[in-house]
Each structure stands twice: as C-alpha cells, then as structure tokens.
Design a binder for this molecule. Structure first.
Ligand code: MG
Length: 155
C-alpha cells in the first residue's frame, strides 16, 4: 500500500471559469493558470504522483509545454490513474480539502465526487473549508486544495 500527499493553489481572476474536481462552479471569477487551473484535481494528481514516487505534476505536465495550454485537468488525472494502474496500483481512496471563502461548495460536492470517481478513483471524499478570513484565501485572492491518496497494489 502507498500513500501520497498533494497541495496546490491558484489565484482567482475575472474572465476565467471556475473548475473544481472537473465540475464548472458558477462564480463571478475563476482560477488563473496555464491549464484549466483545477486546483482540486491538481492536488489529487500530485498526491498520486507522490505515492508512485514519480516526482511532481510539473515534471509530468510542464506548464511551459503548449500542449497543456487550457488543458482539461480531468484528462491529466485519468492519465495518472492509468499510469498507476499500469505499474500495478489501484487508486483506492482519495481524501481532499478545498479551502476557499467563496463560493459555497456544498451544493456541488456530489457532482465533484462523481466526476472524480469517473477518472477511475475507487473511492473519494471531498471537504470544503473557509480560511476564516485569514491570509490570501481569506481575502478571496485564491483557492487552495490538499489531497491524500491511498494506492493499493493489485494482485
Ligand atoms: Mg495547479
């Protein structure tokens, strides 16, 4: 069995879609980034790469590579889950926390979990927290996400 941890943060900006866990969340701002900037999916990808001992998301999907411009992060997640499978690990569990002041994520939680499961993760739990008004998250400048995954060696 392997565990991995991932963290990511992105800045909120006008004129961008807000993608979290592969779900578009209605909000007046979205996350800035080279890809679709899905901070939750990026944290999960990094946790799986960490569990595999294969470095980090930047070494697999460099943000200097035009191929990943506006990339659908869910397709990168599917790729990493498949890569884990190819070396004999099932992505059996992911637990993640998104930290943002707004918008409220509770109404979208089920859709986000279903979306993440569709990438081949066997079980998932997503939590949402605010930062109690503190720091860059509290000021509404950005969103952060943390994720822990468990990979199980397939027989
Ligand atoms: Mg990122």
């Amino acid at each position: 069995m392997r565990t991995g941890f991932g963290y990511d943060s992105h800045r909120l900006a006008h004129g961008r879609r807000l993608m979290l866990g592969g779900v578009e969340i209605p909000f007046e701002r979205g996350l800035e980034g080279h890809s679709d900037a899905d901070v939750l999916v990026h944290a999960i990808i990094d946790s799986i790469i960490g569990a595999l001992g294969l470095g980090d998301i930047g070494s697999h999907f460099p943000d200097t590579d035009p191929a990943y411009k506006d990339a659908d992060s869910m397709s990168l997640l599917r790729e990493i889950v498949q890569k884990a499978g190819a070396v004999g690990y099932e992505t059996s569990w992911v637990d993640a926390t998104v930290v943002c002041e707004e918008p409220k994520l509770a109404p979208h939680m089920q859709a986000m979990c279903e979306s993440l499961l569709s990438a081949g993760i066997r079980g998932v739990n997503v939590k949402a927290k605010t930062n109690e008004g503190m720091g860059f998250i509290g000021r509404g400048e950005g969103i952060a996400a943390f994720a822990v995954c468990t990979l199980t060696k397939t027989p």
